[in-house]
Design a protein around this ligand. Structure first.
Ligand code: SF4
Length: 337
């Protein structure tokens, strides 16, 4: 399996400051230059084997909004690593309002196979509050343009944005499913130091989601996207050193295993639904499952097991492993048998 070589270009190209964003704190990088990009790639290549499956990913800024010369220089740099056989392809993240046919042709010419769009929401009111300075229609146009050129598409979404209630989130998810991107990422909104959102939080204009609300909303998005074949490649921000430095996260639902919490929540709901539907009284309950999902099934600190036991009055639920199974099956045996 190939590896992703992340090259951070913090805020580079961004024509606006979105209220929640401080890429310097998120990525730990503070400079965008050809030299810095090359350093990041060479450092990473020390740890991995060269492979045509490896991919350079320009993250943390608006790649296609960079001055054209810098875009071309960065793409020439990644071309060099393709020619050396160290990588086989490139992905970039960017804003939806900086995509047009000409730019997509340039990207394709330089081995870019996936464009990740910072979408966050498809509700114009929410986008406006977040000072994204683009509309949902811009996203639709960008997706159509990328699809016309057979480019793979990634969509980044957020939960917990100001003025984003459940209905707004559900409508966004519906529209994203209609757009059929190849991959998606889901991030809970955090209040990061030195952002306009920090000011809004301190002035009590914005309150972040609680952890349980964020898990429930991210789980909703995850469930619906994966059910339609959209691969969710990340849930929650990477807990890197810079982000986790003291005081960098001012408030919000941050947990280094947020993605695991979301998947555990899905199992919690799946089992709870079956416990509700089938009257479990008088039955022995077993969840037979593949060992690769044991920790998600149990939940962090076995919170799922405790939740189900409370639901069924402390009756036992046995978790047993069967690695021939893809995931898990739920079994009831009458104790009388
Ligand atoms: S969210 Fe994206 S577009 Fe907005 S400031 Fe951050 S990197 Fe730039």
């Amino acid at each position: 399996m190939g590896r992703i070589i992340p090259v951070f270009i913090p805020h580079a190209g961004c024509p606006h400051q979105c209220i929640f964003c401080n890429q310097k704190k998120i990525s730990g990088q503070s400079e965008t230059s050809l030299l810095n990009a090359e350093k990041q790639i060479i450092k990473y290549l020390q740890w991995i084997k060269p492979s045509s499956q490896n991919e350079i990913a320009f993250y943390g800024g608006s790649f296609t909004a960079l001055p054209l010369k810098l875009q071309k220089d960065l793409l020439a740099l990644s071309d060099k690593f393709v020619e050396l056989g160290a990588i086989g392809s490139v992905r970039v993240s960017t804003r939806p309002d900086y995509i047009d046919t000409e730019i997509v042709e340039l990207l394709k010419h330089h081995h870019v196979t996936l464009v990740e769009l910072g979408v966050q929401s498809l509700d114009d009111n929410v986008l406006q509050m977040a000072e994204r300075e683009h509309s949902a229609a811009d996203v639709e146009k960008a997706v159509a343009c990328l699809k016309a050129k057979n480019m793979r598409i990634g969509i980044q979404l957020m939960v917990g944005l100001p003025k984003q209630g459940w209905q707004s989130l559900a409508d966004t998810v519906k529209k994203v499913i209609f757009m059929k991107p190849d991959v998606a990422r889901i991030y809970p909104l955090l209040v990061i130091k030195d952002t306009p959102l920090e000011k809004m939080y301190k002035e009590k204009i914005y309150s972040p989601l609680s952890m349980s609300e964020a898990v429930a909303q991210a789980s909703y998005v995850y469930e619906r996207l994966t059910a339609t074949g959209i691969a969710v490649i990340r849930i929650g921000l990477q807990a890197d050193e810079e982000l986790c430095k003291e005081d960098n996260i001012v408030a919000g639902p941050f947990h280094p295993s947020f993605g695991e919490m979301v998947k555990a929540f899905q199992y919690r709901c799946w089992v709870a639904k079956q416990l509700e539907e089938l009257d479990s009284n008088g039955y022995d309950i077993a969840i037979v499952h593949n060992s690769k999902i044991t920790s998600q099934l149990k939940g962090i600190k076995k919170c799922n097991e405790d939740f189900w036991r409370r639901m069924i009055n402390k009756q036992e639920i046995k978790l047993s492993i069967e690695d021939s199974l893809q995931e898990a099956v739920f079994k009831f045996n009458t104790s009388a048998e």
